[in-house]
Design a binder for this molecule. Structure first.
Ligand SMILES: [Zn+2]
Length: 252
């Protein structure tokens, strides 16, 4: 039979019939894929590995009609401290949800695979709420970068001026770039960005991972995570809308 191997982690499970699940799986090989796991919730199931709450695993699947069917599942690495912490579990759940929303089917992305592996390792090691805030901020930044959204906030994206000491920079929500005060006349959708948030975002270095020095105060971090969440939401909604737009127009 024409087996396929998928290495990665479960993003979400959707119950289907009595004991079957549809599994949304992030794979190293093909990015996000949807697979059918038959009888996975039966006591005797050989696919039990799929139900592990935080694990890096390998699945074998065979094509079958619309959706490939999982034939075997084995855990490569378990992260047992995550499910024992409510806090870590909910952080993991929310970042998996983000990956689920932000990615299309069958689009492999090595950076996202590495980011997810690092995330499991980090959350297994740290269950302190303060570390989770750092994690969340870096995760969104890395995810957006992996998806190809640039984050250059060091200078005005219109005129290139990099000194904002006289006035606060403005944030262009549409591109997540900064605009100096005189250039705001060209941009209808800008909002003032908190100077501390801006400095903090500039300090975070892309692809340095979760262990980098993370020295802003708590209120700056909270504001930063809110700004990043808003931006993420905005980008995802825009992507979904444009996809629908394309599909409708291609159908004509
Ligand atoms: Zn400017």
């Amino acid at each position: 039979m024409n087996h396929k191997i998928y290495t990665g982690l479960v993003l979400r499970k959707y119950p289907l019939r009595e004991a079957d699940d549809i599994v949304s799986f992030w794979s190293w090989e093909e990015g996000k894929v949807r697979l059918l796991a038959r009888s996975v919730r039966k006591q005797t199931s050989k696919l039990k590995a799929i139900l592990a709450p935080a694990a890096w695993m390998q699945l074998y699947a065979v094509p079958s009609g619309q959706m490939a069917v999982v034939t075997s599942a084995s855990i490569i690495k378990n992260y047992p401290k995550i499910p024992s912490s409510l806090e870590s579990t909910s952080v993991l759940f929310s970042v998996l949800e983000m990956v689920s929303k932000a990615t299309g089917d069958d689009q492999p992305n090595e950076k996202i695979s590495l980011l997810l592996q690092d995330s499991l390792a980090f959350l297994d090691e740290h269950d302190e709420a303060q570390k989770h805030l750092d994690f969340y901020i870096i995760f969104i930044r890395e995810l957006m970068s992996a998806l190809g959204f640039r984050f250059d906030l060091s200078s005005c994206s219109k005129c290139g001026k990099g000194d904002f000491s006289g006035s606060r920079p403005y944030l262009d929500r549409y591109g997540f770039s900064v605009i100096c005060q005189p250039c705001t006349k060209y941009f209808p959708a800008v909002e003032k960005i908190d100077l501390q948030v801006w400095e903090y975002l500039n300090k975070l270095e892309i692809e340095k991972g979760f262990q980098q020095a993370n020295t802003a105060d708590k209120s700056t971090k909270l504001k930063t995570s809110q700004a990043l969440s808003r931006y993420f939401q905005f980008v995802i909604e825009r992507e979904i809308k444009s996809q629908k737009f394309l599909e409708q127009n291609l159908a004509l």
